[in-house]
Design a protein. Structure first.
Length: 90
């Protein structure tokens, strides 16, 4: 089954993997990229690469300040999930 938005699907999947496995160092993130490239066809590699680069940028960026607006963003924030997992495991 072909995806309507392969970039979004790969990005979401990578975010879930990072959060679920606590991936936060370059070596493990690189292993994640290699795994995605190995298990998916060459036609998808450009989407995987783009999703991975954007994931790295988000991981390196500080979280935005809390919004006072009542309409919250539905964007997935890896930093918050990782931080929550760290606090629960302590």
């Amino acid at each position: 089954m072909e995806s309507e938005d392969p970039y979004r699907d790969f990005r979401r999947s990578m975010e879930e993997m990072v959060a679920a496995h606590g991936l936060n160092d370059w070596e493990r993130l690189e292993e994640l990229l290699v795994w995605y490239l190995k298990v998916n066809g060459k036609k998808t590699h450009r989407f995987i690469a783009a999703a991975f680069v954007d994931l790295l940028v988000d991981l390196a960026s500080p979280p935005p300040p809390p919004s006072s607006s009542s309409s919250s963003s539905n964007s997935f924030k890896i930093e918050a999930i990782i931080e929550e997992e760290r606090s629960q495991s302590s």
